[in-house]
Design a protein around this ligand. Structure first.
Ligand code: SAH
Length: 231
C-alpha cells in the first residue's frame, strides 16, 4: 500500500477574511497550495455569529471602552472544526503569547492540522483562551489591529519550510536563524555595478573557498547584527 506524505492543513478563523487574501494566494504559498503541500481553509467568524445580525462582538464587562469577540461564535467555529478532525494546536494570535521564532516555525512545520484564530477589536473573551486555545503566539512586542497579519506571518514562515515548497534554494534551512546565525551576504550579476564590486572570492569558481567565505561572512554579520544569537 502506498503511503502518501501527509498534507498539512491550516484552518484560519477570522472576522475579516479579506485581510488574508493576498498574502496566502501568491508566490511560494500559492505554489505550495497548488502542489498540494498544504491546504488552507478560511473560516469566516460571521458565519457563526448570533441572531439575525450574525453578531460576533459585544461590550466588554468592566466598563472599559472597546468591543470584545463573544464566546459563542468562537466556540461554535472552533468545535465545528475539532469535531471533524484532530488538530495539533488551536492557536490564538496574541501580543502576549509566546514569541514566534525560527525554532517554533520549524516545530510547527512538522504539524499535520492547525487552527489559527485571529482576534479583533480588544480581543476575544478570555474563557475561550482558557478552555479551547492550546497555544498563543505573538509575532512581536507591538499591537496590531487584528490577528490576520500575524496569521499570515505564521503561515508564510512555516509553509516555506515544507519539503518541496522552495525549489530554488538548496534548503530553506540554510536561511537566517537556522544555525543560530543570520544569512551570509548575497550578490547577483553584474559583478561590477557602477564600480561597486562583488567580493572577488565569489567569482573564483572555487566552491571550498566560497563556502568558507560565506561561513565567515555569516559569523561576522551575526556578531555585528545579532550578537544575542551567539550567546
Ligand atoms: N487588547 C489587546 C490587543 C488587541 S489587538 C491587548 O492589549 O493585548 C487585536 C487582535 O490583534 C488581538 O486579539 C490579536 O489577535 C491580534 N494581535 C495584535 N497584536 C498582535 C501581535 N503582536 N501578535 C499576534 N497577534 C496580535
Amino acid at each position: 500500500m502506498h503511503k502518501f506524505a501527509a498534507v498539512m492543513r491550516i484552518d484560519i478563523i477570522s472576522a475579516v477574511p479579506e485581510l488574508l487574501e493576498s498574502p496566502l494566494n501568491h508566490s511560494i504559498i500559492r505554489r505550495a497550495r497548488e502542489k498540494g503541500l498544504v491546504e488552507i481553509h478560511i473560516v469566516n467568524l460571521h458565519d457563526y455569529g448570533k441572531g439575525s445580525y450574525k453578531q460576533i462582538d459585544d461590550y466588554g464587562f468592566g466598563g472599559d471602552a472597546g468591543m470584545v469577540i463573544k464566546p459563542e461564535p468562537l466556540y461554535r467555529a472552533i468545535t465545528d472544526l475539532t469535531s471533524q478532525r484532530e488538530y495539533d494546536h488551536v492557536i490564538y494570535t496574541s501580543p502576549d503569547g509566546e514569541m514566534l521564532d525560527q525554532g517554533m516555525c520549524n516545530s510547527l512545520s512538522t504539524c499535520g492540522n492547525l487552527i489559527i484564530l485571529c482576534g479583533h477589536y480588544k480581543g476575544i473573551d478570555h474563557r475561550i483562551r482558557e478552555h479551547l486555545i492550546t497555544k498563543e503566539i505573538s509575532i512581536g512586542s507591538y499591537v496590531l489591529s487584528g490577528g490576520e497579519l500575524a496569521a499570515c506571518v505564521i503561515c508564510d514562515s512555516i509553509i516555506r519550510l515544507l519539503s518541496g515548497a522552495i525549489t530554488c534554494e538548496p534548503s530553506p534551512r540554510s536561511s537566517s536563524f537556522q544555525d543560530e546565525m543570520v544569512a551570509t551576504a548575497i550578490y547577483t550579476r553584474p559583478a561590477d555595478f557602477m564600480g561597486w564590486k562583488v567580493p572577488e572570492v565569489l567569482l573564483s569558481g572555487n566552491p571550498k573557498l566560497i563556502r568558507q567565505w560565506q561561513e565567515e561572512q555569516a559569523l561576522e554579520r551575526t556578531k555585528r547584527l545579532r550578537p544575542d544569537l551567539l550567546d
